[in-house]
Design a protein around this ligand. Structure first.
Ligand SMILES: Cc1cc2nc3c(=O)[nH]c(=O)nc-3n(C[C@H](O)[C@H](O)[C@H](O)COP(=O)(O)OP(=O)(O)OC[C@H]3O[C@@H](n4cnc5c(N)ncnc54)[C@H](O)[C@@H]3O)c2cc1C
Ligand code: SF4
Ligand code: SF4
Ligand code: SF4
Length: 368
């Protein structure tokens, strides 16, 4: 039986660990207590003697392909980029949600809708943890869900004085620990494609507390970034801005830095390779192919969110919310618009798959 020791050699030592926290979340939630997630986001043994060699941390790791077939079957995955039951360009109808959202505030609007309808008791989201930092959070009220909206980077006045490393990545799966602790039974999860993938693997194995995750909201992901003082300065030069001028940062086809005077600076993603997390270079899922609903800014006009419906659960949620909390500009009405939208997502998805394939091939070649 392969265990966490094998994850160290096959995943971590090769620099492929996504830091999704799946391995730790299971081992902790089930109270084996052999693992913990270090402050640097890297999973480690907490007490190796407590490991009962169940092998589940190994099986649920999204980098390991042991459960690929079963996971694909579970979500009815099909090429080229997972199931697509429909697409929409949408935004929240509540102006407050719209204003707080990263794009159209649709993720937050749908979470609020589900919460107010009594269909979920809580949502795993990410809240601000400080400048340039987001932390996983089990939001249990309307206010908490609303507070977690957006993908905004704090730009507090003393921003120039911090020196630690920051990351856009938030290990949301770690909140499964809270789900288990608080015995919450109906939870919506918002996260990156790799996190959704790990959750689906837990679902395949039927391990707790993944059974409490009733809805999977996936965010498009070109990659996550890790940066310190030097990288922040380099970004300022690349985008010709200064951090105190910034009120919002967003990722679509490029990195968009919104300035307080209304100007938007665009930095091509290729120029951000210097701060991309290494594991993201080997990842091939752009459009959250294992989610119930996938969301991104790509292809949508400013202030709107692109939505891909991937399961009947996702379709029911979107359909029920349309007209009451969410408005859509092209859901069903315009097949041509939907086609254009999907062509764009497909293009980016393909680009990521090809790059990952090349890098994985190179890695295998070097290993030989
Ligand atoms: C790290 C990251 C990379 C992304 N990359 C792309 C990209 O390359 N192309 C693209 O089109 N879209 C990308 N997105 C998705 C995009 O930024 C929006 O999240 C998406 O369009 C939904 O917008 P919204 O206004 O409907 O969501 P909102 O209503 O603003 O809700 C966003 C939700 O995401 C949660 N969240 C915020 N930050 C994080 C985080 N770091 N990790 C996990 N959850 C978080 C919030 O808590 C909130 O629940 C990325 C998102 C993230 C978090
Ligand atoms: S007890 Fe199981 S989940 Fe925990 S480290 Fe050991 S093999 Fe992994
Ligand atoms: S499950 Fe996630 S955190 Fe654990 S080793 Fe695999 S990629 Fe890393
Ligand atoms: S690119 Fe996104 S989905 Fe892939 S490993 Fe990085 S954070 Fe996870």
């Amino acid at each position: 039986m392969k265990t966490f020791t094998d994850l160290i050699t096959e995943v971590q030592e090769k620099g492929l660990c996504h830091h999704c926290g799946g391995c730790v979340a299971f081992c902790t939630a089930i109270n084996y207590g052999a693992l913990w997630l270090g402050a640097d986001g890297r999973p480690r043994y907490l007490d190796k003697d407590k490991c009962i060699e169940c092998g589940i941390c190994y099986a649920i790791c999204p980098v390991i392909n042991e459960l690929d077939e079963e996971t694909k079957k579970l979500v009815s995955w099909s090429p080229p980029m997972g199931p697509v039951l429909g697409t929409a360009t949408a935004r929240a109808m509540d102006p407050e949600v719209q204003a707080r959202g990263t794009d159209g505030g649709v993720v937050t609007a749908l979470l609020l809708h589900l919460f107010e309808q009594g269909r979920i008791d809580a949502a795993i989201v990410s809240k601000k943890g400080g400048p340039f930092l987001r932390l996983p959070w089990l939001a249990k009220s309307r206010e908490e869900i609303l507070e977690a909206a957006g993908f905004h980077f704090d730009t507090v006045p003393n921003i120039a004085h911090f020196s630690q490393m920051y990351s856009t990545y938030s290990p949301s799966i770690m909140e499964l620990r809270e789900v288990a602790k608080k015995a919450v039974r109906r939870v919506a999860f918002v996260g990156t494609p790799c996190q959704i993938n790990a959750l689906r693997r837990m679902e395949v194995l039927g391990v707790v507390p993944s059974d409490a995750i009733k809805i999977h909201f996936g965010l498009f992901c070109a990659g996550n970034f890790q940066f310190g003082e030097d990288e922040r300065r380099r970004l300022e030069t690349l985008g010709n801005f200064q951090w105190p001028q910034v009120y919002k940062v967003n990722l679509k086809e490029d990195l968009m830095v919104h300035l307080r005077d209304g100007a938007i600076r665009h930095i091509p993603l290729e120029e951000l390779a210097f701060m991309k997390r290494r594991a993201c270079l080997f990842c091939d899922d752009y459009a959250a192919e294992y989610a119930d609903l996938s969301f991104g800014g790509l292809g949508a006009p400013e202030g709107w969110t692109t939505v891909i419906v991937r399961s009947t659960v996702g379709r029911a949620i979107l359909t029920q919310a349309l007209g009451s909390t969410v408005e859509a500009s092209n859901y069903r009405e315009s097949p041509a618009l939907s086609q254009a939208l999907m062509a764009k997502v497909h293009e980016w998805s393909e680009k990521k798959k090809q790059a990952a394939e090349e890098r994985n091939r190179e890695l295998a070649r070097r290993a030989v």
